[in-house]
Write a protein that binds this ligand. Structure first.
Ligand SMILES: [Zn+2]
Length: 441
């Protein structure tokens, strides 16, 4: 994901503008927050809020491991619990969507307009439906109370500068412009997932999340347990947790206590835990926990440049669960690194046949075809990978393929995109190509 860069000069200038904008908007009347009932400044009008959520949901799913599809009933179950809660929320009219992503880092996130995701790695840490309801209702509040829109708003001002804010305000009533603005915000959105919510937003999401749980008859004590679990994990400094849930939704004893107090005020006659329902819906995924543990070990060994260990671990994962596409993608990468391109291609094809809605499987297969000299197939898969999620390696390979075919226009087009990469090696190599093609002044 794109890192955030802050420049002090730009920041100071922006702050002056923000102060001006705040003054103009508050004179014109701040809006009432539909969840909290409090008055607040809203720079992002509803048309843009909806467009931001809709246009960034699919690419952000791709950037977070892609949809989990091995057992579709897992997704169906999460969606069902999510809608049960969104229907009793303060904004039931939002176009809510819930998805399980194939990512081992425990995390959950919400985009404006109710586009919510939960990672496989968090789902397998939960014990019952009430705990799942605690995670989802918390995210529903982040979307419904416009916390995610406010985070995005903050980031636009800091990252893209005041010009973008002007476009947002000017484009309030124009849906086409709203769409353009939303796509312009693509970069801001990926950064958004790196941003942590403020202490106030977290307490608010907990408080109203517990109200939604109670309205849907879930035991609110589950939210207290979950928060306790997060605090304990933070104390243990577990790295995967620190990279996910704990960073974007910082836990604290203050939150545990606040949840306990809120839960104590809610009176539910027969609070529902749904342990059996959860365990039944998750049984196949829970059985796969050891396969994913071997996959995580393999990924780590691959990063640490220990190919033998990585291969051993990924073989064990495949033996335990031969239907998981990602396992073949990783084994393909190991073969690829070992310059056994034919074996790599076979694994990438297997990965793609099991899951064709994840960009990386298309991208890897495209590069394998490129190295095997099968240009047309290479272009086809690289282009289909870009439709799912644009990536610098795909741009660069397409540039090389254009150059190899003698198609200068195509080569310059793709290398120009690759030259903007945040990966210095790709950017440098693409710039060298552009120079060679005489496309630089
Ligand atoms: Zn949160």
């Amino acid at each position: 994901m794109k890192p955030c860069f802050f420049r002090h000069g730009k920041l100071t200038r922006s702050l002056f503008w923000i102060a001006g904008i705040v003054a103009v908007f508050c004179l014109g009347g701040c809006q009432i927050n539909p969840v909290t009932g409090k008055k607040e400044l809203v720079l992002v009008p509803q048309s843009v809020e909806w467009a931001m959520g809709a246009s960034n949901y699919a690419p952000l799913q791709q950037a977070s491991g892609g949809p989990y599809t091995t057992y579709p009933e897992v997704n169906d179950y999460v969606r069902q619990v999510g809608h049960k809660l969104s229907e009793v929320s303060d904004r039931p009219d939002l176009p809510y969507e819930f998805v399980v992503l194939n990512h081992s880092i425990p995390n959950a996130w919400a985009l404006p307009s109710g586009k919510i995701a939960i990672h496989r790695g968090l789902l397998t840490e939960l014990e019952d439906e009430a705990q799942l309801a605690a995670v989802l209702s918390h995210e529903i509040v982040h979307a419904a109370a416009r916390h995610s829109a406010k985070n995005m708003q903050r980031q636009i001002i800091l990252q893209l500068g005041v010009a973008a804010t002007g476009t947002l305000i000017g484009g309030a009533a124009d849906s086409e412009l709203a769409g353009q603005t939303a796509s312009m915000l693509g970069n801001a959105a990926s950064g958004l997932l790196q941003f942590s919510y403020s202490r106030r937003d977290e307490l608010e999401a907990d408080y109203y999340g517990l109200q939604y749980m109670a309205r849907a008859n879930y035991d609110p004590v589950a939210a207290v347990e979950l928060q306790q679990k997060f605090v304990a994990l933070e104390d243990k400094q577990e790295s995967s947790w620190l990279a996910g849930m704990l960073r974007t939704h910082p836990p604290s004893m203050e939150r545990v206590e606040a949840n306990r107090e809120t839960a104590g005020q809610l009176h539910i006659t027969k609070p529902y835990r749904g342990r059996d329902a959860f365990q039944h819906a998750m049984r196949k995924l829970l059985k796969d926990r050891s396969a994913y543990a071997h996959y995580d070990q393999a990924s780590e060994a691959y990063r640490q440049k220990q190919p033998d260990k990585a291969l051993h671990e990924i073989q064990r994962a495949i033996t335990l669960q031969p239907q998981e596409a990602e396992f073949y993608r990783l084994r393909g990468d190991l073969f690829f690194q070992n310059e056994d391109i034919r074996k790599a291609k076979r694994d990438y094809e297997r990965a793609l046949s099991l899951q064709d809605q994840y960009y990386l499987h298309h991208q890897r297969l495209g590069v394998a075809f490129q190295l095997l000299g099968q240009t047309e197939q290479a272009i086809r898969y690289l282009e289909s990978s870009i439709k799912l999620l644009p990536s610098d390696p795909a741009y660069f390979s397409l540039g090389e393929l254009g150059a190899a075919k003698g198609d200068r226009e195509q080569a310059v087009h793709w290398f120009s995109l690759a030259a903007q990469s945040s990966d210095a090696r790709i950017a440098r190599a693409a710039t060298d190509w552009l120079q060679k093609l005489g496309a630089l002044e």
